[in-house]
Design a protein around this ligand. Structure first.
Ligand code: SAM
Length: 234
């Protein structure tokens, strides 16, 4: 895993030292070991995990600066993209959030083994955390929900002036367009869609960059049943 991560980070132009590359490979090994008994990831092959978990997560660093920022990873699962970003950015303050407790247990324990005990792991639903409202410089999220609903989960957590970065497949234009009303209603503005090659994976992925330009109105987020039943389509 280490060689693939080292070469891939170089291809992305993301700087990393040996300790950081080693920490990512160690986290990957802990994940694949834990995955033998707990269902944490569908990717079970080390080379694929290196590319599709670690390099894909690290690619966000080509889109935004995480240094010194307070970041939440919404629907973090086994810690992606949050944990690789934190390994590569030691002064970033990371909260991982997931609605499945066993996933957050894994992230907490694996981070502790890597000496990343300051990573906060929260078991809960993004739309049920009023205490975290507008507390983050950046919200990141991968593979959680369609953009229109994801915006309602993530944008309320971001401070005005901050960013919401949604990791998507390359053909996301229609999905992003469909979310236009929701993004605006929630206080956001789509700045751009950045596409990148995942090194060695023969895959192009995308990041939707959304700026938080004004506070989210108090009626959002709604309960999940409402978000799903009546997505903000205008
Ligand atoms: N982001 C990780 C990744 O890319 O490997 C995990 C993706 S997984 C497909 C989606 C995750 O989102 C699941 O772990 C699920 O529990 C979580 N999730 C879905 N809705 C959520 C919500 N409303 N609040 C918090 N977590 C949520």
């Amino acid at each position: 895993m280490e060689d693939i991560i080292r070469q891939g980070l170089a291809a992305l132009g993301v700087p990393a030292d040996g300790a950081q590359i080693g920490a990512m490979a160690r986290y990957g090994a802990l994940l694949l070991k834990a995955n033998e008994t707990t269902n944490l990831t569908a990717i079970t092959e080390p080379a694929a995990a290196a590319r599709l978990h670690f390099l894909d997560s690290a690619a966000l660093m080509t889109v935004a600066d995480f240094a010194g920022k307070k970041v939440i990873d919404v629907g973090s699962g086994a810690g992606f993209p949050g944990v690789p970003l934190r390994i590569l950015t030691p002064d970033m303050d990371l909260t991982c959030l997931d609605s499945v407790g066993k996933k957050m247990d894994f992230v907490r324990e694996a981070c502790a083994e890597l000496g990343l005990a300051d990573v906060e792991c929260l078991w809960g639903r993004a739309e049920e955390l009023p205490q975290l409202r507008e507390k983050f410089d950046l919200a990141v999220s991968r593979a959680v929900s369609e953009m229109v609903m994801l915006s309602e989960l993530c944008l309320p957590l971001v401070k005005v002036g901050g960013l919401f970065l949604a990791m998507k497949g390359p053909d996301c234009d229609e999905e992003v367009q469909k979310a236009d009303f929701a993004v605006k209603a929630l206080g956001g503005r789509v700045r751009e869609i950045c596409r990148y090659d995942v090194p060695g994976a023969d895959a192009v992925h995308a990041v939707v960059v959304v700026e938080k330009v004004k506070p989210t109105p108090a009626q959002y987020p709604r309960r999940w049943a409402q978000i799903r039943k009546k997505p903000l389509l205008g």
